[in-house]
Design a protein around this ligand. Structure first.
Ligand code: ZN
Ligand code: ZN
Length: 360
């Protein structure tokens, strides 16, 4: 029985609050404070109606500002009183489009530790699946076509979730609850490997990523389509491969950036202090300029006459797999291969949901 001192409030939250696990967060908070009502995305942010004791509502409002999920940026929280409806449950509702379209969309976020662990766990159903993601990581802006941020408004709309993915998506206690790009090898996007003429290199079910990694070790230039456009990649320890890349890009000596698998690998190449470490590991995965270690083996052609190297950490499952494969089976010393990518020429976001590796 609810006491007569119930209140109902309409709460509007603005900022980066869609695609960042905000609705599951609100749902969990409502459970904690015994509130009924609803939450949904609208074209301006997140709309909540919450009903319960005034104390519970106050703590609820405070937590919205103070305990928001890590990827969220709460700009404003505004509320007004509504008439009590004596509801019992709290529910997540379908989005409403509205007339204003002002909701902010999260940028794409680097693969989280939980997803990485699944990616390399042979017992997991997403083992080596290059499009693994969850509420805490993965593509956002790149796949968004419009707001509110719901699957139907993303490039994932035509990938119908398999029963297992749907179960995760519907379960409030799951890391993939309402994760719009949720996918797996059964129902999600797949890779393609094409030659320079656009011909599919494989018709059989062979591992494209392993094959692309071998090609990189064999001096090929591979164009990797990922989030936010293409990276042109080659083996940066091989001067001839880097010269080929420069020739094809018609780029004489502007430095290329390197991509590394982890911080340990970066330390083999450059000096890394605590500040650089924080920057490299931040979710935006920026290219960080670092002082290069002498004799680190990186071809001079990567950054001619420079004392520094631009380095970034892998940020998609595809990168992690490729760097893993390029390093291990072909190099007895361990993971040494990095990817060179043209710095400062990030192409405009592409919204295609299939990834391909093109060998040029
Ligand atoms: Zn994740
Ligand atoms: Zn699935």
């Amino acid at each position: 029985m609810r006491t007569p001192t119930q209140e109902r409030r309409e709460i509007s939250v603005r900022g980066i609050v869609q695609g960042v696990g905000f609705r599951p967060f609100i749902y969990a908070l409502a459970q904690r404070y015994g509130l009924a009502g609803l939450v949904r995305n609208d074209a301006e942010g997140v709309h909540i109606e919450a009903e319960g004791s005034p104390e519970g509502l106050e703590r609820f409002l405070q937590d919205i500002e103070e305990k928001a999920p890590p990827m969220a940026v709460v700009e404003t929280v505004a509320w007004r009183p509504l008439t009590v409806r004596k509801e019992r449950d709290f529910r997540i509702e379908e989005s409403r489009e509205g007339t204003q379209r002002r909701a902010l969309i999260s940028p794409d976020v680097a693969t989280c530790e939980d997803c990485l662990a699944e990616l390399f766990n042979p017992a997991n159903r997403r083992y080596r699946y290059p499009f693994t993601n969850c509420t805490n990581c993965g593509p956002r802006f790149t796949i968004t076509r419009s707001v509110p941020y719901d699957r139907a408004m993303t490039t994932m709309a035509h990938f119908e979730m398999c029963p297992e993915c749907q179960k995760e998506y519907d379960d409030p206690s799951d890391r993939r609850f309402h994760a719009q790009p949720n996918a797996c090898p059964v129902c999600g996007p797949r890779t393609k490997l094409l030659d320079r003429f656009g011909h599919d290199l494989h018709s059989k079910l062979e591992d494209h990523i392993l094959r692309a990694a071998r090609m990189l070790r064999g001096r090929a230039i591979v164009a990797i389509k990922g989030l936010g456009g293409y990276h042109l990649a080659c083996d940066p320890f091989d001067a001839k491969a880097v010269r080929t890349l420069r020739g094809r890009k018609v780029r004489q000596d502007k430095p290329f950036a390197l991509m590394a698998r982890d911080l340990e690998q970066v330390r083999e190449l450059c000096r890394v202090g605590p500040q650089e470490e924080r920057l490299l590991s931040s979710p935006a995965r920026p290219v960080v300029l670092l002082e290069r270690q002498e004799d680190n083996g990186v071809a001079e052609e990567v950054a001619p006459r420079q004392k520094t190297l631009g380095v970034m950490l892998a940020y998609t499952p595809l990168h992690h797999l490729l760097l893993h494969d390029a390093g291990i089976p072909l190099d007895p010393l361990g993971a040494r291969v990095l990817l060179g990518s043209p710095r400062g020429t990030q192409p405009r976001y592409s919204t295609t949901s299939r990834t391909s590796c093109r060998v040029t």
